[in-house]
Write a protein that binds this ligand. Structure first.
Ligand SMILES: *Cc1c(COP(=O)(O)O)cnc(C)c1O
Length: 397
């Protein structure tokens, strides 16, 4: 029996040893005079990670879903009109939260496998009542379908229409993995969670708020308490929190931010793209399709593989789990039984992802999917060899 299981789910992701060891420590005084020596650099370095100079970081002891609520309730008022494009489990749940919180929610139901519809936004903003739209919500990386959306494109359309809506981005499965530029893209509220690209346990969420979002929070009328920006900002400015912070997670975050900075965030993005492309080549070699409708919108952090007619994708996931100690993501909601998901984000390299591709192959064969053993692994190997940094350097000589 292999312990722990091989994890190829799109969160929680594998935790590097260095991060895990950094969290194995005695409890510490959260009001100690030197506590800010830990926390202030965390706020600073998180801003760097989000590519923001002017934004403000809020750190909550919650899963990513809490940060959704923080972003919404701090900046909007009940009855405000919001636009949410819903094209997977996570964007759909964010829309549900908007309704739960009492916003006038325009949920655009887009086929699962598609991305945020830029043209539709353009058309919507041209309508006479568009002035009433207070926020546009974009799930940058829809983890249920493996689709990435064009956040910069949304900003361009808002700017072209000179529209003041807040741009909120769920970056929970994209920030620290794929390109994200808070300031350059004019994102007003960007959201991340600890157990995905940050390679930490679940339990820490991050919101980066723009100046415009902070200004909105001064007049927003939604009731809020636990997630109140002002309450946090008051304590954060001195390096403390309004209530007990999860100190182990903060110690782990220190090391995960160090690891990301050592590699360089642009290199982290490139690595995710390269590993992901290997997985996509494998899927093609198997003769299967991804849930992502087009290659341009395929996510670099998770690939949802569509299984052939007559096969239950949950069977593949169960087989991998029981026979091969490997976890893949199941198909959620509308795509249950039709897709299984290979998570390829966080602390991964070629060898690890190749073992995941191999586990998918063996489990799919066990479940009666007719594919050539080694075909996916072989395609990925060829791609990784062609694009290996050493191979590229040699070719340049
Ligand atoms: C995981 C995920 C969430 C939910 O985050 P939790 O930490 O489970 O609350 C939301 N959005 C996206 C895109 C995700 O991948």
């Amino acid at each position: 029996m292999t312990e722990p299981k091989h994890l190829f789910i799109p969160g929680p992701t594998n935790i590097p040893d260095r991060v895990r060891r950094a969290m194995n420590l005695a409890m510490e005084d959260i009001r100690a005079p030197d506590f800010p020596e830990l926390t202030k650099p965390l706020f600073h370095d998180l801003k760097t990670l989000f590519k923001s100079e002017t934004g403000e970081i809020f750190l909550f002891p919650s899963s990513g879903t809490g940060a959704w609520e923080a972003a919404l309730t701090n900046t909007l008022s009940p009855g405000d009109r919001v636009i949410v494009a819903s094209f997977g489990q996570f964007s759909m749940l964010w829309a549900k939260m908007c309704r739960d919180l009492g916003f006038e929610t325009e949920e655009w139901e887009i086929p699962w496998g598609e991305a945020f519809p830029l043209e539709r936004l353009e058309e919507r903003l041209a309508q006479p009542d568009a002035a009433g739209i207070k926020a546009v919500l974009v799930c940058q990386n829809e983890t249920a379908t493996g689709v990435a959306s064009d956040v910069a494109g949304v900003r361009r359309i808002l700017d072209a229409a000179d529209h003041p809506a807040l741009l909120m981005v769920d970056g929970i499965s994209s920030i620290a993995c794929i390109e994200f530029r808070m300031d350059e893209w004019g994102v007003d509220l960007a959201i991340a969670g600890s157990q995905k690209g940050l390679m930490l346990p679940t339990g820490l969420s991050v919101v980066c708020a723009s100046r415009k979002a902070l200004a909105a929070s001064e007049t927003a009328k939604c009731r809020r308490s636990y997630f109140d920006f002002a309450w946090h900002a008051g304590a954060n400015k001195d390096g403390y929190f309004p209530y007990t912070p999860a100190t182990q997670l903060l110690r782990g975050l220190r090391v995960s931010l160090d690891i990301l900075a050592e590699e360089g965030i642009e290199n982290v993005w490139t690595r995710h793209n390269r590993l992901a492309e290997g997985v996509r080549r494998a899927v093609r070699a198997w003769g299967l399709e991804t849930c992502a409708a087009r290659p341009e919108i395929a996510s670099d952090t998770v690939t949802a593989v569509v299984v052939p007619e007559g096969i239950d994708s949950a069977d593949v996931v169960r087989t991998a789990y029981h026979r091969y100690n490997t976890s893949f993501g199941v198909g959620l909601s509308k795509v249950a039984g039709r897709v299984f998901r290979i998570g390829h984000l966080g602390a991964l390299d070629e060898v690890k992802i190749l073992s995941g591709i191999a586990a998918a192959e063996i489990a799919m064969r066990d479940c009666g999917i007719n594919l050539q053993a080694g075909s996916g692994v072989g395609a990925a190997i060829d791609y990784y060899r062609e694009t290996a940094p050493a191979a590229l350097a040699a070719a340049a000589e």
